[in-house]
Unconditional design. Structure first.
Ligand code: SF4
Length: 343
């Protein structure tokens, strides 16, 4: 996983295989709050099974389950804990307290989180799905209590905070937010992209491999933040001015930052119009106007993105372009995930 000061793994000595259409040889490991897989580890002995994670994503990822509360030594069932610190100077580093018994878990939990998150590095996670609102796992808007017990939803779970601190580039999302299709798509695009980036930097990479990787992601990056694509392209063009470590860190930071920006209808239309440019000499005016009308329907939110994209893919199968066929944008994730399928 990405560390603050060394975002990407060091290069090793084998060759890079970066064809986005080939199935990944290694499993894509993703961390997950254990209760989301249906394990009865919650304070009340229940679970929070996520059907999407346990049945759909499990087909594509190898999950690494973590339950910070059970692993730190809390029993099942147990007295629930809460974060306390509102109205004090401790708002950024709250205490974890069981309110009835008064047991303070803060030091133990913080020590556990630092060690457990550090240990996860060897598993090379490509993302993490967290249970929302939990004082351990919640990524945001966790209840933070003040001296008079009045809560405000401004806290971050202790495990989640440590995870995001140690691995700032790691794609992290809450399970509940994955019900929003655009957040789901953004998270999954980041997980698959992070996995490809890690794979590139894990092996022996050269300027040529880097240029190839960057050019394969050109239209995917354009669909997220077109303006930043130029800056990243400049970085690749000036690769010789950097040490391997500095380049890896800078490219990794910028690459993941760009993908963190949401795509929009306007950005996708722009990308598809660019891609259509590669077809102008091979398709006739009837096909062209049909494709344009589908893009307009997408722009008017009458059809989902998958509709014009499928037709574009069809034309690139009929009239292959060696440059376009490697574009990750066209084949960004397995079709079984049914992304780009909402209006
Ligand atoms: S939210 Fe986190 S700490 Fe709570 S039961 Fe689930 S995995 Fe365990």
């Amino acid at each position: 996983m990405a560390k603050m000061n060394s975002p990407m793994p060091k290069p090793s000595t084998s060759n890079v295989a970066s064809d986005p259409q080939s199935p990944p040889a290694d499993p894509i490991r993703v961390g997950i709050s254990r209760c989301l897989l249906g394990d009865q580890v919650r304070y009340d002995g229940q679970h929070k099974r996520s059907t999407f994670a346990a049945e759909v994503l499990a087909e594509h990822f190898q999950f690494v389950p973590v339950c910070p509360e059970v692993e730190v030594g809390m029993s099942i069932p147990r007295e629930p804990v809460r974060l306390v610190g509102l109205g004090t100077e401790n708002i950024a580093s709250p205490r974890m307290v069981a309110p009835k018994s008064g047991i303070d878990w803060t030091e133990k939990m913080n020590r556990f989180c630092q060690r457990r998150v550090r240990e996860l590095e060897s598993l090379e996670l490509n993302g993490f799905i967290l249970q929302q609102k939990s004082p351990s796992c919640g990524m945001e808007r966790v209840k933070l209590f003040g001296p008079k017990n009045q809560p405000r939803s401004v806290g971050v779970g202790l495990f989640a905070a440590e995870l995001m601190k140690q691995y700032p580039l790691l794609p992290v999302e809450e399970e509940g937010r994955l019900n929003d299709m655009s957040l789901r798509e953004n998270f999954l695009v980041r997980v698959f992209s992070y996995s490809r980036l890690r794979k590139l930097f894990k092996q022996r990479w050269s300027r040529g491999k880097m240029v190839e990787f960057h050019s394969q992601h050109k239209y995917l990056l354009m669909a997220h933040q077109p303006a930043a694509l130029k800056t990243l392209g400049r970085l690749v063009a000036e690769i010789k001015q950097y040490s391997a470590v500095d380049f890896r860190n800078e490219y990794g930071n910028q690459f993941m930052h760009i993908l963190n920006q949401k795509t929009t209808v306007k950005k996708n239309v722009n990308v598809m119009q660019h891609l259509m440019g590669y077809l102008k000499k091979v398709i006739g005016s009837t096909e062209k106007s049909h494709l344009l009308s589908l893009i307009e329907d997408y722009q008017a939110r009458l059809v989902p993105l998958i509709v014009p994209l499928t037709v574009l893919q069809h034309y690139f199968i009929l009239y292959p372009s060696s440059y376009v066929e490697k574009q990750v944008y066209l084949w960004a994730h397995p079709k079984e995930l049914m992304l780009r399928n909402h209006v």
